[in-house]
Design a protein around this ligand. Structure first.
Ligand SMILES: [Zn+2]
Length: 378
């Protein structure tokens, strides 16, 4: 087993430099340009797809190809370049070995930590003459706006047999091996307006119809791997209590680790709206949109085994976890490339308290290097 040495100072500086570049989702132009240059300067072939046109985000996805020096399974790693808001003018500082913002913005460790780690990995591979197969580093735009970049990626450019997203919270070493499918259900309920004081019997209240339908639905936690929620309900006018409301819009979502269960839940929501509306003389229009596919890897799948084994050798925690939400890993799995999501160690993401401990940056770099090493030795 070869020894892994990480240049901690270089890694931290890289991370600090990246978080200082504003890159709120849809405004990825600057960070993309900088990353294109960084990966190119390290000797990788950097290919841009046309995600910018397809998604109206600020830049294309970057597919950075590192040619191997040994025959091995081609693998890939992915991280995203965009951040949530407030992500402008980030001023990182180090307090007790934690890197954090000044409290007025997010930090952007989600997911600049992943990118900084990958850049350090490439440098270590080259400096220490490591053996490795072909590796793709896929840096996406628009992860925070509904996985838009990964969804739009030209996946004919992806050649990996399997790989890893660096984009989960929790201590480095933990591995997300399951994540749900998610669908959204957009519903319009039509009733009939009438004067609520003079002739309410002539009207059909879309609000009442929708409420009766919702009351019949099985929502919340449906079983241990399935959930459903009404997230949005809009209808009527505050100033018109004298009008029977003839139109409401409802947006709901459902998630499940099992595709069949997700379909059962969304179909149930759809037919309940339709049947109840029709029973009361109204009408419902329902549209179901699949937001992202789910994935479920088994403990003994190679993509899981390799990461767990690498974490074990580094004496890191190595819990196998279920995610309640989607990440770019969902989309890559949907393309048929088994992808697990590795914990990065960032905390309180999407808040101004976001932070990451320096040890996590170093450990994640070692973990990725160990995975590459193990794949090359297979
Ligand atoms: Zn993220």
């Amino acid at each position: 087993m070869s020894i892994i040495k990480v240049n901690q100072e270089r890694l931290i500086n890289e991370f600090l430099e990246l978080v200082k570049v504003d890159s709120e989702t849809k405004e990825e132009a600057n960070i993309a340009k900088i990353l294109h240059q960084k990966f190119s300067e390290l000797g990788l072939e950097v290919i841009e797809d046309n995600a910018k046109n397809k998604t109206e985000h600020g830049a294309n996805n970057l597919i950075c190809n590192l040619k191997g020096n040994k025959h091995a399974d081609p693998i890939f790693f992915t991280a995203h370049m965009d951040t949530v808001t407030p992500g402008k003018n980030i001023k990182p500082k180090i307090v007790n070995e934690y890197i954090q913002s000044d409290g007025t913005t997010i930090l952007g460790a989600d997911d600049k930590a992943g990118i900084a780690v990958l850049l350090e990995v490439i440098q270590v591979l080259k400096e220490q003459n490591k053996e490795y197969g072909d590796i793709q580093f896929v840096i996406t735009v628009g992860e925070e706006s509904g996985l838009a970049g990964a969804k739009a990626i030209d996946h004919s450019l992806l050649h990996a047999s399997y790989g890893y997203a660096l984009d989960s919270d929790g201590p480095v070493g933990n591995i997300v091996i399951e994540a749900p499918y998610q669908s959204k259900i957009f519903t319009k309920v039509y009733g009939k307006s009438a004067h609520a004081g003079v002739a309410p019997e002539k009207g059909i209240s879309a609000i009442t119809v929708a409420a009766k339908a919702i009351a019949k639905m099985n929502l919340g936690r449906i079983d241990e791997e399935t959930t459903a929620n009404i997230g949005y309900f809009k209808g009527g006018k505050e100033t018109q209590t004298n009008v029977v409301c003839d139109y409401v819009e409802i947006v709901s979502e459902a998630r499940s680790l099992k595709k069949e269960k997700l379909m059962d839940v969304t179909n149930n929501i759809q037919t309940t709206f339709e049947q109840v509306a029709s029973k009361y003389g109204g009408r419902a229009e329902v549209e179901i949109k699949e937001m992202y596919p789910g994935f479920q890897h088994k403990k003994d799948d190679p993509v899981v085994q390799i990461a767990q084994h690498a974490a074990k050798k580094l004496e890191l925690p190595r819990q196998l976890l279920k995610s309640g939400g989607g990440s770019d890993a969902n989309i890559f799995n949907g393309y048929g490339i088994p992808t697990a999501n590795l914990a990065v160690g960032y905390e309180y993401i999407h808040t101004t308290k976001e932070r990451i401990h320096i040890d996590h940056l170093c450990n994640l770099t070692k973990l990725v290097l160990r995975i590459i090493d193990d794949v090359a030795a297979l």
